[in-house]
Design a protein around this ligand. Structure first.
Ligand code: ZN
Length: 233
């Protein structure tokens, strides 16, 4: 390949590479946001776990208070029962006692369920802590890797930029001015490989004579898409 067409091929490769690099650099803040959101979700789950335990403990205390009141009331009702001689009043009191006993039983069941849930939540604390620790470690690792990656991409960007400029300076002045105008408009899409006479960007064919000329290093642009062409096998 002549120096002009090989320079164009390199310019194409480098400009596409630089565009991809820039796109990845530009995606950085969004990727960081995704990881920050993940960390925030983990932080919330960790906090929710302890909040649930606090609420369950409070509920247990409240229900135990209710139970105590019910027991006091029940004892009072049972005592009252002994001093009743009227049958109708006796039946009514017995009914009240029955109601209080039912409430006592229900409250005891609720307290037991709360205690079991508390035990389960308390037992899960080591796992919850481990998950939260892991989430923080993952985020930290992401930050370190992202910083390294960004540094690498910026260095690559700089080196490839120098390479690109070096290849561009090898273009003859007339080619260079056409090149500059096309690049201004199309950027990395200013170039197209031509394989077996076919433009790889727009699929238009050129004549055999044109392809031979291209392979011999004649500068040309695609008649259809206007890209600067270079031959590939
Ligand atoms: Zn084309």
């Amino acid at each position: 390949m002549s120096s002009v067409t090989s320079a164009l091929r390199e310019c194409h490769r480098l400009r596409v590479h630089l565009r991809n690099l820039q796109a990845e650099i530009d995606r950085g803040p969004r990727v960081l946001q995704d990881h920050t959101d993940e960390l925030e979700t983990a932080r919330q789950a960790h906090k929710d776990h302890y909040d649930t335990i606090t609420k369950l403990k409070l509920k247990q205390r409240e229900d135990e208070g209710t139970l105590k009141q019910t027991e006091v009331r029940l004892a009072k009702l049972e005592e009252q029962l002994t001093s009743i001689s009227v049958q109708k009043e006796y039946v009514a009191k017995q009914h009240e006692i029955e109601m209080a006993r039912t409430k006592k039983g229900e409250t005891e069941d609720v307290i037991l369920a709360t205690i079991m849930e508390l035990e389960e939540k308390t037992g899960a604390i080591p796992t919850v802590e481990e998950t939260w620790k892991q989430a923080q470690a993952d985020f930290k690792q992401f930050q370190v890797e992202a910083a390294e990656r960004l540094e690498g991409m910026k260095a690559d960007q700089e080196e490839r930029g120098v390479d690109l400029a070096r290849h561009e300076t090898t273009l003859p002045p007339d080619v260079k001015s056409t090149h500059d105008n096309i690049v201004k408009a199309k950027g990395p899409d200013s170039f197209a490989a031509s394989k077996a006479r076919v433009c790889q960007a727009c699929r238009t064919s050129m004549t055999e004579a044109q392809f031979i000329a291209l392979r011999n290093g004649t500068f040309r642009t695609c008649a259809t898409c206007g890209r600067m062409q270079y031959p590939v096998e």
